[in-house]
Design a protein around this ligand. Structure first.
Ligand code: NAD
Length: 263
């Protein structure tokens, strides 16, 4: 690679790396010089991510580690594997998350859907943060990015109650961790994407009517792209954001500040 690389010499773990934001961030971080550990439940998916990285920047820049982020022993294994393979951990991107099709209103969401959502979206982020802190203390600090959502900041009348509550928890947890670990040179920021054209949302909005119900609220008249989130995460991962911690970092096309959108 030529030119300035914004993550040169850094080691990053990215969860949810088989698809959407995690896939794009894995490729982008590798292009920017990082060694990347790609984690996901979807083993075939992360193998493909690693192959893509190998085709762009050469072999030995990325590995795949099958991980269920809701299981602490698997997250510990993920972080241990990163250290064994690349020697340290500088960046932890806790990005894996679900929005279950049966996640709905307070009256209709079933308890097992609530629990599944919390296990992955909240506990998964906690475990990722916990084991990243342990590793980053030995690596001179680091940057942790937790994927939350704009729905943690704004009310929506199209319910997905467990998901919304889970992302609120991610925001609050990230803020507190940022304060507790600020003097250890470990930064924590929450990435808050707007609605994206990725499988997570497109599978949930499975009719044109449901898509249009959202589209009218989007100032730019389109859903976001995963790569646009990856660029936001790149800034938070790099030393360019060295004085940025504890933020709700919105990459939402203006949605959270919108009142009336253009026709
Ligand atoms: P995606 O569905 O394209 O990718 C999510 C990935 O997470 C998948 O590869 C999936 O296999 C993986 N995953 C799911 N459960 C897992 C588990 N238990 N352990 C490990 N991996 C698991 O979705 P995306 O749009 O790229 O979403 C990434 C993050 O962005 C999520 O946290 C999501 O909540 C958040 N987000 C998405 C949107 C959107 O509109 N797509 C908006 C705001 C926030």
């Amino acid at each position: 690679m030529t030119g300035h690389q914004r993550l040169s010499g850094k080691v990053a773990i990215i969860t949810g790396a088989a698809s959407g934001i995690g896939f794009e961030a894995s490729v982008l971080f590798a292009k920017e010089g990082a060694q990347v550990v790609c984690a996901d439940l979807n083993e075939q998916g992360i193998q493909k991510t690693v192959e893509k990285i190998a085709s762009l920047v050469g072999k030995d820049k990325a590995i795949a580690v099958k991980t269920d982020v809701s299981k602490e022993e698997q997250v510990k294994h993920l972080v241990d594997t990163a250290i064994q393979t690349f020697g340290k951990l500088n960046i932890m991107f806790n990005n894996a998350g679900i929005m279950h099709p049966e996640d709905d209103s307070a009256l209709t969401t079933e308890e097992h859907i609530w629990n599944l959502t919390m296990d992955i979206n909240v506990k998964g982020v906690w475990y990722g943060c916990k084991h990243a802190i342990i590793a980053m203390r030995n690596s001179g600090g680091g940057s942790v990015i937790n994927t939350a959502s704009f729905v943690a900041l704004r009310g929506a009348a199209t319910p997905q109650l467990a998901y919304t509550a889970s992302k609120g928890a991610v925001l609050a947890m990230t803020r507190e961790l940022a304060m507790v670990h600020a003097r250890e040179n470990i930064r924590f920021n929450a990435l808050c994407p707007g609605p994206l054209r990725t499988p997570l949302l497109m599978d949930f909005l499975n009719t044109e009517e449901k898509k249009q119900r959202r589209m009218v609220h989007l100032p730019q008249g389109r859903f976001g792209e995963a790569i646009e989130q990856a660029y936001g995460a790149l800034f938070l991962a790099s030393d360019e954001s060295s004085y940025v911690t504890g933020t709700d970092f919105l990459v939402d096309g203006g949605l959270a500040n919108a009142y009336v959108t253009p026709e």
